[in-house]
Each structure stands twice: as structure tokens, then as C-alpha cells.
Design a protein around this ligand. Structure first.
Ligand code: HAM
Length: 416
């Protein structure tokens, strides 16, 4: 049997891998600008964490978790999303008391046993942001603005921001009955899993991948209490001030159980059926329900794989070496290796193939490398203590410089 990667899991080869790195770098810059600090949480947690936080009526927990019993007999799960781990870490490390501002970001791989298709993988990368301890609409507007800036900084364009409010527990208590009555009247249109879960969580049906789109169009709408309506309209005012464009869509419900109040998604029609680039919202009750202090919170996560799909036609970050070192004679290998070391020590990216190969083969590798200059040491150069500098991308005079001057000479030419 030949070894191969699992369905839904994939290798990220260059130059796609460079695309991921550039997205992550853009995100780190934006997070620094907004006062977010990195929080790294484990990939595997107690299964119960996700059952409680993500919610036992979600597709993620019901069908998609990689969960198993470990050697110690504990029920554990590989994280399907980042928010539960961040909330657990916040509570366990008492970050409400000891942390700086409650703003955390993470970059990491998540795992969901979904049916693989374009833009949907079983292992995928998320960049996420969570702000814990700020209940005001300023936090909503700030985090959505930051998300839009991150997409811009990474080079992703053509997306739309969709916004809704799911209200507080009080708003939803009244809505629950109305919606449940509607769903009971329409059980014939429900899929089997929804039939089994509407009594526990009727809103989940609106987000169901199978019957959700039809139901969400026609279902009765939630009406917000005055406090939630005020929060939602203030959030929109503040988004207008920061110049973020959005559309309110009252059928947006999101597929995780912890959401309250503001929820949002960023979508791109260029992605096809898996059009969500980002999802997020408030989860004002989660920290307390997980055993922590009463701390309102809001966050989001972007799918890096989907961002990379949107960037695919743009040129990947140039990471070719600046110089390529060539030994044109066997005896020149030692000097060539010392020069390679000196170039890198001077901060000039440099590469080589194998100083024991023929000049022709080394020059072929030099051309393929994308380097600007080949630095060649042959018998003559060895005697004279020099190096021949050849422009690779354009034709030009080959010149000779003293070997000791090569790093500064090349630096000068590269910045010219
Ligand atoms: P989510 O909507 O489940 O939210 O995922 C966020 C993003 O992750 C999606 O918009 C999508 O881009 C990406 N994503 C999800 N599943 C897959 C998949 N199978 N393959 C590729 N990309 C995928 C959350 O995970 C929440 N934790 C977001 C959040 C943070 N809410 C509050 N704080």
C-alpha cells in the first residue's frame, strides 16, 4: 500500500505555503496595531470543553469532532475551533485579573470531519481574535473594523460584511416559542438531525446546511429588546464612522451555540458554495457559563485556506535568494563555502547547489533559483583573491571584486 495523505488533509507546497505566511504576517501587523496579544492554546482539550462551549446541538459537536479516548481513559477532542480554548485559558489563568486588556489573537490549525470539497478541508487554518471583558458597541465596531483592515492588508478584496443581532437571552426566550411553533408546523421540510434537535435548540435549524436556507428566508424574525436594539444601531453608527461597509441580514444566525447580540460573517462570491471567509460575533454569556466571571466577549475567525484561494492569482511573495554562489573549480569549494557564510552573515539571502558539481550544472541551478547575481570563484579568482559577479536576470558585463569586499559591494548594488 502506498502512503498518502488522508481525505480532507493536504500538503501546502510552495508557493502556496508562502501565501499562508504572508497572510499570517499581515495579521500580526494588524493585531499589533489594535493592541492584541498572541495566546497559544493546546490543539487537544477535554471533549467536554467543546460540548459545553461550541454546543451539543451544533453540527461541529454532533458530527464533526475528532474525539477519542486517550491512554489515560480521558475523553479528549482535537480542537474544531479556537474560541473554547481561549475562554478556558482566560478562566484557568485568571486573565480577567492579570491580563492587560482582554484582547487575544491566535493562529492555528483546526479540525472538523466535514465532507471535503473546494474550500472545505478537515484540517484548516484559522486566524482568530477574541476580546473578553468589553460589553460596549465600541468593541463590536473595533473588532469588525480590525477584521476588514486585516483582509485589506493581506490583499483580499471583493468581500462583503453581513451583520445581524441575535439579541440577549430575554429577546431569544420570546422568539424561541414563536420559532418553535413555526418549525413544528413545517417539520416535513426539516432534515432528520433538525427534527431531533429543534426542541433543544430551534435556532440551529435556521443555520442547518440542508434545510436552513429555505427556512431562514420564511421563518418569523426575532425582535430585539430596546437595549439590544440600541446596541445594534450604535454598532452600525460606529462602523459608519470607521468607514466599514456592511449589510444587515436578519436571517444570519451562525452555526455555533454561544452567540448573543451582534453576529457577522464576511463572504466572497468568488469562493463558490463555501463562501464564508470569516465568522464571528458576541458571546456575552459564555465565560460565565464555563465557570468564569461575568465577562461579555466578542470575536471572530478567518479561514486562511479560503483567504489564500482569493489571493491565488496574485504573485506570491518573492523569496528567491539575492545571490547564488558557484565554485567553478573543485579547489574553490572551501572559499565558496566561506563566501556563502559571509554573504548570509551580512544579511544577504544566498544559496548554492553543490560545489562538487560541474560549472554548467551549478549555473543551471543558479538560473533556476531566481537570484539576481551569481558569485563565481574559479582557479583565476582563487589566485587573485577575487570573485566574479555575474548578473543573472539581465545580460551585462561580468565584473570582478575582491572576495572580502563582496558582501558590501553586492549590498550596494542591490539597494541601487
Ligand atoms: P466558524 O464560522 O465556524 O467560526 O469558522 C470561521 C471560519 O473558518 C469560516 O468562515 C471559514 O472561513 C473557516 N472554516 C470553517 N470550517 C472550515 C473548513 N472545514 N475548511 C476550511 N475553512 C473553514 C468559528 O470557528 C468561531 N470560533 C469564530 C469566532 C471566534 N466567533 C467568536 N470568536
Amino acid at each position: 500500500m502506498s502512503l498518502h495523505s488522508l481525505r480532507g488533509f493536504r500538503d501546502l507546497l510552495p508557493p502556496d505555503s508562502a501565501l499562508f505566511t504572508s497572510i499570517e504576517a499581515a495579521a500580526r501587523e494588524v493585531f499589533a496595531l489594535y493592541g492584541y496579544q498572541e495566546l497559544r492554546v493546546p490543539t487537544i482539550e477535554l471533549k467536554e470543553l467543546f460540548v459545553k462551549a461550541t454546543g451539543d446541538t451544533t453540527d461541529i459537536v454532533e458530527k464533526e469532532m475528532y474525539a477519542f479516548t486517550d491512554g489515560g481513559g480521558r475523553e479528549v477532542a482535537v480542537r474544531p475551533e479556537g474560541t473554547p480554548g481561549v475562554v478556558r485559558a482566560y478562566i484557568e489563568n485568571n486573565l480577567g485579573q492579570t491580563g492587560r486588556n482582554g484582547k487575544y489573537f491566535y493562529i492555528g490549525n483546526m479540525f472538523r470531519a466535514e465532507r471535503p470539497q473546494a474550500g472545505r478541508y478537515r484540517e484548516f487554518e484559522q486566524i482568530g481574535a477574541e476580546q473578553i471583558g468589553n460589553a460596549s458597541p465600541y468593541a463590536d465596531a473595533e473588532t469588525i473594523t480590525m477584521l476588514v483592515r486585516l483582509l485589506e492588508k493581506a490583499g483580499v478584496s471583493g468581500c462583503s460584511v453581513v451583520l445581524n443581532s441575535l439579541g440577549c437571552g430575554e429577546c431569544r426566550k420570546a422568539y424561541r416559542e414563536t420559532l418553535l411553533n413555526y418549525l413544528r408546523l413545517n417539520t416535513a421540510t426539516l432534515c432528520e438531525p433538525c427534527k431531533g434537535r429543534i426542541e433543544r435548540n430551534p435556532m440551529r435549524a435556521l443555520d442547518c446546511k440542508i434545510d436552513g436556507p429555505v427556512l431562514a428566508e420564511k421563518a418569523p424574525r426575532l425582535s430585539l429588546c430596546p437595549a439590544c436594539a440600541g446596541h445594534f444601531s450604535r454598532t452600525q453608527e460606529l462602523l459608519n464612522i470607521s468607514g466599514v461597509e456592511y449589510q444587515v441580514n436578519t436571517s444570519l444566525v451562525r452555526g455555533l451555540d454561544y452567540y448573543t447580540s451582534t453576529v457577522f460573517e464576511v463572504r466572497s462570491s468568488a469562493l463558490g458554495s463555501q463562501d464564508a471567509v470569516c465568522g464571528g460575533g458576541r458571546y456575552d454569556d459564555l465565560v460565565k457559563s464555563m465557570g468564569g466571571p461575568a465577562a461579555a466577549a466578542i470575536g471572530w475567525a478567518v479561514g486562511v485556506d479560503r483567504m489564500a484561494m482569493l489571493l491565488k492569482d496574485k504573485p506570491a511573495a518573492e523569496n528567491a535568494p539575492k545571490t547564488f554562489i558557484v565554485a567553478a573549480a573543485k579547489e574553490a569549494g572551501t572559499k565558496a563555502f566561506a563566501l556563502l557564510t559571509a554573504m548570509r552573515a551580512a544579511g544577504i539571502s544566498s544559496d548554492f547547489s553543490n560545489f562538487e558539481l560541474s560549472l554548467k550544472s551549478q549555473m543551471r541551478s543558479a538560473d533556476k533559483s531566481g537570484a539576481a547575481f551569481a558569485l563565481i570563484i574559479g582557479e583565476d579568482e582563487l589566485k587573485a583573491g577575487t570573485v566574479a559577479v555575474k548578473l543573472l536576470k539581465e545580460k551585462g558585463e561580468q565584473l570582478s571584486v575582491a572576495i572580502a569586499d563582496a558582501p558590501s559591494e553586492i549590498s550596494k548594488r542591490l539597494s541601487a
